[in-house]
Design a protein around this ligand. Structure first.
Ligand code: SDX
Length: 441
């Protein structure tokens, strides 16, 4: 295979020539260059022309779609949403503004921002009948199990926004999901602790409203700390979207069959739950508690290096980032200020995490494999300090990621080349063989 990119004076037409050394057949594959990032070889004619599939378990080198929403440079540790750096958005923007950006492609002007915030606010309540839906769960159900069930059930309540071919209904469904995820997440938490649900309030902003529904009770009127509301909003920004990760790819694949948006987001929640993906933030806290003290760090790093030990250093490593995850850097920096605001001094888990990161990053195994802290390494420490139980960490990730999922789903639906996703395989099972009657087995 060689790259026959021609850089003639005319518009450079780039191709990749593949030659099958069994048949001697040659195929010129078109090569495309995006705005940023690696070029891609368009392999759509590989099967029709050469009778061959590609093989890429885990899609380590496969582009599943064209997208304009998020760009990641894993080597440089860069994350852009519609061209804006995550550090700038975390510092200068707010979550609903980032939602608008992801959905519509530009930062809203003042009128657009106010209109969008008002629209989302007007959708924060859930159908009253959904409250009884919760009572079917055990009180000790994992909140992610509740989220998968309740979000999927939204398609049973909002029939007027399930027609994916109607742009208006797609927009309403997007707004409903962004607006109602905090309400459902707070209800999942309240249900797990046996407290009454709190209704959203129209006078509170998005993150503040979520903290109100989560931590307030009907017999009090606790004021949400502005510092915590800002920290929550920033955590949501940092988790909003991340290119074609496992859960986003799940949402796209589910949506490619024409499934309604609520069912697609429920599929994304299910995929995010895995400890290798969004479930890692919960796994990091459990791991830090298991390590317990700095003197046990070498023991656990030894286990992480051991191929025969399934233990992995949770919150470390990433399929794309081979540098520091920029989101982890922002979270690490904001952890100190939030702990100060909470009056938490010398949080032992934070001290342990900082020491674990220091030692791991000096370890040859981690250096050679370019394993750095990812978004999940510090988020749990912050969330625990804010009062969330470990079981709610991935729920918060799902709450924030809903806008990324729905923006990617919308982009897929509106993509003219989009068709149902249907990967092929390398079959290594039995060749055709005659049936054997029971008596002859
Ligand atoms: C998220 O894709 C996204 O964008 C996801 C996400 C998002 O915003 O959507 O960023 C959110 O999911 C972050 C990742 C959270 N997961 C964890 O923190 C779990 C711990 N990390 C690993 O499981 C792992 O790093 C993955 C799953 C994140 C990435 O795995 P890859 O890309 O399949 O890499 P790999 O398994 O091929 O690892 C390469 C090598 C292997 O060693 P060798 O076989 O080459 O000797 O690195 C080793 C791995 O064993 N390795 C680790 C490790 N991560 C990779 N060894 C010890 N501890 C780890 N954490």
């Amino acid at each position: 295979m060689n790259d026959t990119s021609k850089t003639a004076g005319a518009a450079a037409t780039q191709t990749l020539t593949v030659t099958d050394n069994v048949t001697g057949k040659t195929l010129e594959l078109p090569v495309r260059q995006g705005t940023e990032g690696p070029r891609v070889a368009d392999i759509r004619r590989l099967y029709s022309d050469l009778g061959m599939f590609t093989y890429d378990p885990g899609f380590t080198a496969t582009g599943s779609c064209e997208s304009k929403i998020t760009y990641i440079d894993g080597d440089e540790g860069v994350l852009l949403h519609r061209g804006y750096a995550i550090e700038d958005l975390a510092e200068h923007s707010d979550f609903l503004e980032v939602c608008f950006l992801l959905l519509y492609g530009h930062l809203p002007d003042r009128a657009e921002k106010e209109d969008f915030e008002q629209t989302i606010t007007m959708h924060t309540m859930v159908h009253e009948q959904m409250r009884t839906f919760f009572s079917g769960f055990r009180r000790d159900a994992h909140p992610m199990a509740i989220m998968v069930g309740v979000v999927g059930a939204m398609s049973a309540f909002y029939h007027d926004s399930t027609d994916i071919d109607d742009p208006y209904q797609r927009m309403v469904a997007s707004h409903r999901l962004i607006a109602k995820m905090p309400t459902i997440a707070a209800m999942a938490y309240k249900y797990s602790i046996g407290q009454p649900f709190m209704y959203p309030r129209n006078d509170l902003r998005y993150a503040e409203n979520f903290l109100h529904m989560t931590f307030n009770v009907p017999c009090a009127d606790l004021r949400v700390s502005p510092v915590l509301a800002r920290a929550m909003d920033r955590i949501f920004i940092l988790h909003a979207d991340h290119e074609q990760n496992a859960s986003t790819s799940t949402v796209r694949l589910a949506g490619s069959s024409g499934a309604n948006p609520f069912a697609c987001i429920a599929a994304g929640i299910a995929s995010l739950w895995g400890p290798a993906h969004g479930g890692a933030n919960e796994a990091v806290l459990n791991m830090l508690r298991e390590i317990g003290s700095k003197d046990r760090i070498p023991e656990f790093l030894k286990r992480a290096r051991d191929k025969d030990d399934p233990f992995r250093l949770m919150g470390f490593g990433h399929r794309v980032y081979k540098n520091y995850d920029p989101r982890a850097a922002v979270l690490k920096d904001s952890t100190d200020s939030v702990l100060d605001e909470l009056g938490v001094r010398n949080e032992p888990l934070l001290e342990l995490a900082l020491e674990l990161e220091r030692i791991a990053r000096e370890d040859e195994y981690f250096q050679k494999r370019k394993l750095f802290p990812n978004v999940d390494f510090y988020s749990g420490i912050l969330l625990q300090a804010m009062g969330f139980p470990t079981s709610m960490f991935t729920v918060l990730f799902a709450l924030a990621r809903t806008v990324g999922w729905i923006a990617q789903w919308k982009e897929m639906i509106e993509d003219p080349v989009q068709k149902i996703g249907r990967p092929r395989q390398l079959y290594t099972g039995e060749a055709r063989r005659p049936f054997v009657p029971l008596g002859a087995r």
